[in-house]
Design a protein around this ligand. Structure first.
Ligand SMILES: Nc1ncnc2c1ncn2[C@@H]1O[C@H](COP(=O)(O)OP(=O)(O)OP(=O)(O)O)[C@@H](O)[C@H]1O
Ligand SMILES: [Mg+2]
Length: 236
């Protein structure tokens, strides 16, 4: 506990990158974490072939629609954190994972089209909530939208507009964004965690680490504050 699901039906929204950043940063703090590599392309398993997997990070890749709920539950019994990387579709498996979630993160790039896809992920959360609210009217599944690949230097007009519409619609988003950074891409090309990248080959690694740490702190803080609200209940 908790199980954190990265979901967005938009392909390339930044789910795998953000999930791996979160999981490796948690592991770096000495906290055991499982990452469930629920995308059939197994991007995390491929990343792990680089040999830089932190000691506290376990990767589970044997995931199907039939076993995802069990895999999440089993992992939650073994490590304090479970991070689930979903494939970029509106597949049923995503709904199964959301049913097991304690927290959902919806990565989105700051364009209108992406924001619409984020709203589709929000609809899945609402549908899950409605199911539970039949017997527990106050139930809410905590979630947050995460802006990814944004510029570290400037906030685009599009992003500003989307933030404002999310605020008006009462949609929560993380204040920390995962900016577009060479180091975040390089984690996958070199198959290493950020901390193991070579500064001679990749620019601005310390800034990327700082960004990753700030994101991880905000996620943990948000989960803590959501936990403090006593209307959380998991599906039986
Ligand atoms: N913050 C970032 N900075 C730089 N590149 C990024 C960032 N986030 C994602 N990318 C790049 O964008 C592409 C898509 O990212 P990623 O694979 O994380 O998305 P995804 O949502 O998991 O995609 P899919 O739906 O295909 O699983 C990749 O090439 C990745 O390296
Ligand atoms: Mg992915």
């Amino acid at each position: 506990m908790p199980s954190i699901i990265f979901a967005s039906p938009k392909g390339g929204a930044g789910k795998t990158t953000s999930a791996l950043i979160l999981a490796t940063q948690i592991a770096k703090q000495g906290i055991a974490v499982t990452i469930i590599d629920a995308d059939p392309n197994h991007p995390v398993k491929r990343w792990a072939k680089g040999g830089g997997t932190p000691e506290k990070l376990t990767i589970v890749s044997d995931v199907t629609e039939a076993n995802i709920a069990d895999q999440i539950e089993e992992a939650a019994g073994k490590t304090p954190f479970v991070v689930v990387d979903m494939e970029g579709t509106a597949a049923t498996i995503v709904a199964y994972a959301i049913a097991e979630a304690d927290f959902v993160i919806i990565p989105t790039q700051g364009s209108q089209l992406d924001a619409e896809q984020a709203s589709n992920a929000l609809r899945l959360i609402r549908a899950h909530e409605r199911g539970i609210q039949k017997h527990k009217p106050d139930y809410k599944l905590p979630y947050a939208v995460l802006f990814t690949r944004t510029s570290a230097a400037i906030t685009s007009r599009d992003t500003k507009f989307i933030r404002k519409s999310f605020e008006e619609a009462g949609v929560f988003y993380f204040r920390t964004e995962l900016n577009e950074r060479a180091a975040f891409k390089a984690m996958f090309s070199f198959r290493q965690p950020l901390e193991a990248l070579n500064p001679a080959e990749v620019s601005n690694i310390p800034k990327a680490i700082e960004n990753a740490e700030a994101f991880t702190s905000e996620v943990i803080e948000r989960i803590r504050s959501a936990k403090a609200t006593p209307d959380k209940e998991k599906v039986a």
